[in-house]
Design a protein around this ligand. Sequence first.
Ligand code: PMP
Length: 411
Amino acid sequence: MSADRTLPGTGHDAAGEDTGWQRELREQFPIVTGHPESVYLDSAATSQKPRAVLEAVQTYLTTSNANAGRGTYPWANRTTDLVEGTRERVKEFLHDPEPDRSTVHFTSGTTEGLRTVARDWLVPYLTDGDEILVPFADHRANLDPWLEARRLLAERGVDVRVRALPYQAVSGDYDHRALAGLVGPRTRFVAATHVHHVYGGDMNVHRIRAVVGPDVPICLDAAQSVGHLPVDLADPALDVDFVVFSGHKAMALPGTGAVWARNARGPGFRPDGWQGTPNTAGIVSLRAALDWLDTAGVDRIARWTAALALRLTDRLRHLDPYEILGCPTSLAADSALPAAQRRHGIVTFRHRDIPSDDLGFILYSHGFMVRADSLCQAGAAKEDGAVRVSPHVYTTREDIDRLLAVLASLA
Ligand code: PMP
């Protein structure tokens, strides 16, 4: 291990392993290699797309573009097969243990996915006096639909109580102990987040399952996990009923996403009404993206981005004017909280004196594209703005070191 690969104070290799594979994968992103002056660090908002995905879309649109589920000619049949095949591919990608029972519904992203679960599944499932637990400090896409469900039910005279999932003060993880005091016989549903989009923390959904017991359906907002780290439904620790994600954050085209439903607790998931023409090119891109991710190895991508986040966090936390949101030490090897909360490839921080939107502009003047606002966090006001850095497989250690040099010069 060479000295420059060792993080101060951690004794850990910042990248974990040889980087030849990473350079090879990085070369497959035309927008990245085509803009050497720019560093895209906003992959939690949307990912860049590898050539294989762009080519799959080009091939589809230039060889068999047609509508799905309607045709009697080869292009239409092929499109239908592509769409139906992608449903199965999503199940396979998620290691669905019971693919014959589950369903996959395509959406434009996580927001639409969660709204569909709320309207088409939760509303008919709940009865007067039921209680649901939902997150009030995660992405607002994972709060608004549940509040809307309560409103729709109230209009029908069905009174449902919405309780807030409790959080731990420092880490941003859910407070599973406090949660135990909120769960009762009328608890019928929990909405949770897999990886927090501000803090990058794993929200330990297995502990929610342990608290609520085996019968309560759990809907998981997996916008920051699918495509970024392994999501394995065969793992008993991921005993959830819905996985909702954005394809566009997982290397597929904008306007793609999906809901996976286990169909084992409560009624089966059947989105209401006529669905219209699906986003066929987007679905083709999703299939190519999942193929690409499986070949690339989501495991090592996750290790890579977590190592980059660790590199950034471990240096930034020693620079006085910066405050890292969430638990700044939980990533570090010298953390007093070993394995308290696994952190993934997202780092969000503030500068004591420079407003976050100004810091965003300053960083952009050096070529760094970061998110700098209130990050769509439920309950966050404009003045709660922060800067979020979210690397992906195309991000290099040099990118992070150059960013650190700029941040240090502002200290
Ligand atoms: N949930 C989380 C945790 C997110 O990070 C995002 C995207 N920032 C969303 C939901 C919304 O996803 P989309 O914009 O694809 O609907």
